[in-house]
Design a protein around this ligand. Structure first.
Ligand code: NQM
Length: 377
């Protein structure tokens, strides 16, 4: 329960890593119902809008400034529901309009840790609804019985994901029906390739696509980059960042998303031929800072573009034949494998995707927010 601790309000919280992201997870039912008050509590907990988040638990980077809000499923076909909240470190908004497949990896472990979900065997599978976009994922985690017979989440194991040191227990994630999560359809312009006119840059060929995350896919070369830069090099190149943001604003309108200047999407994906035996090299901007690897649904969406004839990605990618190809999306800290299922009748339709993540409980306790922000008593 939420309690008082001196001059502050203590909100029960598990601090978790989900894939290559990290942040506090809450039982959504413990937070204020009023959306404005809830957001004020979350901003105070993270330490935003201070860009260093020095007075909160945020990590001063978009990947470590994420929040999970978990609750029981409301319908029989869903075990858990969660809302993903993105706070830009220097921002004043709590953005719940898009998906995060990395933080998603920690939802089932959170639910078992807090008793929201009871493990059923050595492996526990749950159907999880992401309320942000209505997406459902089937997630399997390892839940062995301890010496007393009580099952718990295993965090140690042999699975390795690029961007996280060491190995951990696998979190298997399967998605269906991710197309059009935010943009309404897989190809919101109805075309696999568009040429958009960008102030200062001229005509640019792009693929505008959303298979779980709205992406603008553009050849790195066209924006004056190689596509093999480090994130630090991209973040330091203000001219490049200016061209990328100008392109993003134009593409936001083309995708029917309106003015995206204050939105965390579309994510910008600079692509180039693979260099390490994978399918495609990517540099993902989320959307104004370069990702250290790539987002989960961003990887699913980029992988999908790799199998669509005529796309900007397909042109630069290695061939990915078959109806269940594994697409290896290269990124700054390694590669991300996404297995796609394509409709044998119509291979342009990607019907399912599957991938591997890991997660870990890092800290358990309360997050303290000043009573001047929230005093539930
Ligand atoms: O695309 C970062 C991340 C993400 C989102 C971002 C994600 C996804 O790596 O599903 O995982 O794109 O802001 O956590």
């Amino acid at each position: 329960a939420v309690t008082r601790r001196g001059s502050q309000t203590a909100v029960p919280c598990l601090f978790m890593r989900g894939g290559t992201s990290r942040g506090p997870f809450f039982d959504a039912r413990l937070l204020p119902d009023d959306p404005g008050l809830r957001d004020a509590v979350l901003l105070a907990a993270m330490g935003s809008p201070d860009a260093r988040q020095i007075d909160g638990v945020g990590g001063a980077h978009p990947l470590t400034s994420k929040i999970g809000l978990v609750r029981p499923g409301a319908t029989a076909d869903v075990d858990l529901e969660w809302t993903f909240a993105q706070v830009q470190p220097g921002g004043t908004e709590v953005d719940t309009s898009s998906n995060c497949g990395n933080m998603l990896a920690a939802v089932v472990p959170f639910a078992v840790e807090t008793g929201l979900l009871v493990p059923t065997g050595d492996r526990t599978t749950a159907r999880v609804l992401t309320r942000n976009t209505g997406m459902v994922a089937e997630i399997t985690v390892s839940t062995p019985a301890g010496r007393t017979g009580v099952r718990h989440v295993a965090y140690e194991g042999p699975a390795r994901i690029d961007g996280v040191p060491g190995t951990a227990a696998p979190v298997e994630i399967g998605f269906v029906d991710t197309a059009g999560s935010v943009a309404g359809s897989l190809l919101p312009t109805g075309r696999v390739r568009d040429t958009v006119e960008v102030p200062g840059t001229g005509p640019v060929d792009v693929t505008l696509i959303d298979n779980g995350q709205p992406l603008v896919i553009v050849a790195a070369e066209r924006l004056g980059a190689t596509g093999y830069e480090t994130p630090a090099e991209i973040d330091a190149d203000e001219e490049l960042l200016g061209r990328v943001e100008a392109l993003r604003l134009v593409c936001g309108h083309a995708m029917g998303l309106g003015d995206v200047s204050e939105r965390n999407y579309p994510k910008m994906t600079l692509v180039a031929p693979p260099r390490h035996g994978g399918t495609l090299s990517t540099r993902s901007l989320i959307p104004r800072v370069c990702h250290q690897s790539i987002g989960v649904l961003a990887a699913v969406t980029a992988a999908t573009a790799c199998v669509l004839d005529g796309s900007v990605a397909r042109e630069l990618a290695a061939a990915v034949p078959g109806t269940e190809p594994t697409v290896r999306v290269e990124h700054p800290s390694g590669a991300f494998d996404v297995t796609l299922a394509r409709d044998p009748e119509d291979p342009r339709q990607v019907t399912r995707s599957a991938l591997l993540r890991t997660a870990r409980l890092l800290m358990a306790g309360d997050v303290l927010v000043p009573r001047s922000v929230w005093d539930p008593a």
